[in-house]
Design a protein around this ligand. Structure first.
Ligand code: DOR
Ligand code: ZN
Length: 349
């Protein structure tokens, strides 16, 4: 198969930032995706429907002329989010999920949830009105190894939470482990999971060496949850290419300036928005499953969220496409994933 035409896809997990950064990255997403679930971890975070409305207006103002893009907004859950805020979010029509960041888990998560027991009122309201809970599934206790944080979260937080709120619609975001993939596959009730292109393409060796084995720290491969062992990457590929509608595309594209990444305390995040479909196509192709890409990228997500599938189409061809060494990012630059490399698939329409 050398040409692949898909229903226009959506990105079910995206960081767009704000201000000049937003203006720099949004055209990359709008080129490929009709809609995206927009993460609320701004500084300060998007904790209310009123803030989400303002942020949505800023995003719409940054959409390039001639492009069509719909931001699907989310609220940032805190220990104090009242049930009323969930109702306002639902009534707005533009808020499509509430994001749970365990406090301290990742970029701008310090106002996140310190204990899910404090969010019972919000969870009850979400369960009642059908508002999805989008979960960054990692524990943050210092004694838990960074590579085990998702697995421990699954047992300590996810399973009990879903026992207590069995009808609460949940997305286990950017899953990175075999355990999470199998849990989502086998669980009862309304649960889905997003999978990033970088977790499908790379295992944790990528943090410490080039593809041809040259050693060295590679900060542009550092994200959270961190890349895992090859057996986990294989399990994610199996899930993504299985045709199971619980698994769908979420890039978790997370722009940080070159200086914030190439730093003694570098930020977490891989920038994949500019070549997202090309990267996913490479992963699905390598698994011999290009025929499953459309379901994963364009069908399972809208069906899970109860939104219409997109009407437009997008075409990929098997022809080399060059990723630039860097991209403009306001006064700075971003180094995209696979910078300077050639990808096997190109977007043609
Ligand atoms: O790598 C990540 N970057 N993981 C996250 O959870 C947040 C994101 C960001 O906002 O930079
Ligand atoms: Zn994210």
């Amino acid at each position: 198969m050398d040409t692949l035409t898909l229903t226009r896809p959506d990105d079910w997990h995206l960081h767009l930032r704000d201000g000049p950064a937003l203006a720099a990255v949004l055209p990359h997403t709008a080129r490929q995706f009709a809609r995206a679930i927009v993460m609320p971890n701004l500084r300060p975070p998007v904790t209310t429907t009123a803030k989400a409305r303002d942020y949505r207006d800023r995003i719409l103002a940054a959409v390039p002329a001639g492009a069509k893009f719909e931001p699907l907004m989310t609220l940032y859950l805190t220990d104090n989010t009242p049930a009323d805020e969930i109702l306002r979010a639902r009534d707005s029509g533009f808020v499509h999920g509430v994001k749970l960041y365990p406090a301290g888990a990742t970029t701008n998560s310090d106002s996140g949830v310190t204990d899910v027991g404090r969010c019972t009122g919000a969870f009850e309201a979400m369960q009642r009105v059908g508002m999805p809970l989008l979960v960054h599934g990692e524990v943050t206790h210092g004694q838990v190894d960074v590579f085990d944080r998702e697995r421990v979260f699954l047992d300590e937080v996810m399973r009990p939470l879903r026992r207590d709120f069995p009808a609460l619609k949940m997305v286990f975001e950017h899953i990175t482990t075999k355990e999470a993939a199998e849990y989502v596959r086998d669980a009862d009730g309304p649960i889905g999971a997003t999978i990033t292109a970088h977790h499908l393409l790379f295992n944790r060796n990528a943090l410490f060496m080039t593809a041809d084995g040259r050693a060295g720290m590679r900060p542009h491969y550092y994200c959270l949850p961190v890349l895992k062992r090859e057996e986990h990457r294989q399990a994610l590929l199996t899930a993504a290419t299985s045709g199971n509608p619980r698994f769908f595309l979420g890039t978790d594209s997370a722009p940080h300036s070159r200086g914030d990444k190439e730093n003694a305390c570098g930020c977490a995040g891989c920038y994949t928005a500019a070549f997202a479909l090309e990267l996913y196509a490479e992963a699905f192709d390598a698994a011999g499953a290009l025929h499953r890409l459309e379901g994963f990228a364009s069908i399972h997500g809208p069906d899970f969220y109860g939104l219409p599938r997109n009407a437009g189409k997008l075409t990929l061809t098997r022809s080399a496409c060059q990723v630039p060494a860097e991209l403009p990012f306001g006064e700075h630059s971003i180094v995209p994933l696979r910078a300077g490399e050639s990808l096997a698939w190109s977007l043609t329409a």
